[in-house]
Design a protein around this ligand. Structure first.
Ligand code: SF4
Ligand code: SF4
Ligand code: SF4
Length: 413
């Protein structure tokens, strides 16, 4: 087996699968695949931000007519603002003074996203990645600002899928778009079923964001949430291919729930960007970590909560500010560290539970903001039917079809 996790990921099988994802769009398949692979090399520290930008700038402009990808250095942002080949964002913004309000609004959004890049969440140099990795999963009192994330205690999960249902109901996601997904799996020579609860990991070093030609996929500077601006997304699916976690769901047809039925407090975030609830047709969706709640738009009492966390009767999901030692994620980690392993009173069905923690595929350099308590699935783990099936809750499990052909092999699809 190779020591390079990217070599392990970039198999012929993976490429064929990703090509089939991209071929369903009107955009360049080869460009999407090559950018995805290099974005993953970038977050792993094998490629510089400037190299990545330069390597694809011409092709991105040719394919999309624009290259609004954020760039990872202050000089790079200035370059993008001034213009690389042709007018930059500043010039286009000035030109738009005379254009209609919609153009100007679009540009302002993009300008904002570019500037935000200098803030939390998107700096992608190897040094930044290493610093961030050193700071998490437990954070420190020195950390500035909020970073929303989760500690998910797999020893407590019983596979009931209440979190899946709650997310679907909160966000009106269409059938089969399981923003929250729970894998049930077995390890060789073990009788017990294990669960892996998998929302978007809201990576600090997110490859999905690196490949987005329009800045639709972006990191919110105030709290590190990785979101999709539905008004800016053009549906190229490049983010889906670049993400190693398989958490993106493209909205092919008209959503099950029409826009008129969405709660207006649960669509736009406080920047007036449409990032919450299910995406419209032709746009990418994924777990958002509930920004309307975090912005107080659904009531002050909902700040610092998510629908999936509230639905979990087993207290497995602990959402909060990963940088705050007094908030729920770090408090839960503290509690489990003080517990005795193999405490059969607390975990009667889980005799193999441990207090070890891990972050999923963290060897890729993504710096995920979800920390798991429990055992990491092995390479030999095999997905099996859980105690509650997706059919039982009126859902469709399309991911299972992808994974049915063999071993668990990580969580990508
Ligand atoms: S899990 Fe995937 S979609 Fe979510 S932030 Fe990370 S790379 Fe992006
Ligand atoms: S967010 Fe939309 S525009 Fe950006 S990469 Fe994803 S599908 Fe393409
Ligand atoms: S955090 Fe919010 S969007 Fe993400 S899985 Fe939970 S309920 Fe769904």
């Amino acid at each position: 087996m190779s020591d390079d996790p990217l070599e392990e990921l970039h198999t012929d099988e993976w490429e064929a699968e990703m090509e089939s994802v991209l071929e369903e769009t009107e955009y360049d398949t080869e460009l999407g695949l090559e950018m995805a692979k290099d974005a993953q090399r970038l977050v792993a520290g094998d490629l510089s931000e400037a190299e990545f930008y330069e390597r694809y700038h011409g092709a991105v402009v040719e394919e999309f007519g624009v290259d609004d990808r954020p760039v990872g250095t202050e000089e790079g942002v200035v370059e993008a603002m001034r213009g690389h080949d042709g007018p930059g964002l500043l010039q286009r913004l000035a030109d738009a003074e005379t254009a209609d309000d919609v153009d100007r609004r679009e540009l302002l959004k993009k300008f904002g996203a570019g500037a935000a890049f200098l803030g939390l969440g998107a700096a992608a140099t190897k040094e930044a990645s290493e610093e961030a990795a050193a700071a998490t999963p437990t954070g420190s009192e020195d950390d500035d600002g909020t970073q929303w994330g989760m500690v998910i205690d797999l020893n407590k999960c019983d596979g009931c899928l209440a979190c899946v249902t709650a997310c679907q109901q909160e966000n009106n996601t269409s059938t089969g778009a399981n923003w929250m997904y729970v894998f049930t799996y077995e390890e060789p020579n073990q009788e017990t079923q294990n669960f892996l609860v998998r929302p978007c990991q809201h990576c600090t070093n997110a490859p999905c964001e690196k490949v987005c030609p329009t800045t639709a996929r972006h990191t919110r500077s105030k709290d590190g949430l990785v979101l999709t601006d539905y008004d800016v997304c053009i549906g190229c699916r490049y983010c889906q291919v670049a993400c190693p976690y398989g958490v993106n769901y493209f909205q092919w047809g008209e959503p099950d729930t029409p826009g008129s039925e969405l709660d207006e407090n649960h669509v736009y975030d406080e920047r007036d960007r449409r990032v919450d609830s299910r995406p419209p047709k032709g746009v990418m969706g994924k777990c958002t970590m509930c920004p309307s709640r975090q912005d107080g738009k659904m009531g002050e009492e909902q700040v610092g909560t998510t629908a999936c966390e509230q639905a979990c009767a087993m207290d497995a999901i602990h959402f909060g500010d990963m940088n705050d030692p007094d908030d729920d994620p770090q408090q839960h980690l503290e509690r489990v560290r003080n517990e005795q392993p193999n405490d059969l009173d607390t975990y009667p069905n889980r005799p193999t539970n441990t207090v070890s923690t891990f972050r999923l595929l963290e060897e890729f350099g993504t710096d995920p903001n979800v920390v798991y308590v429990g055992n990491e699935p092995s390479e030999e783990a095999e997905q099996v039917e859980g105690p509650v099936t997706y059919e039982d809750i009126g859902e469709v499990d399309r991911r299972k079809e992808v994974l049915d052909d063999g071993t668990f092999g990580g969580v990508r699809s």
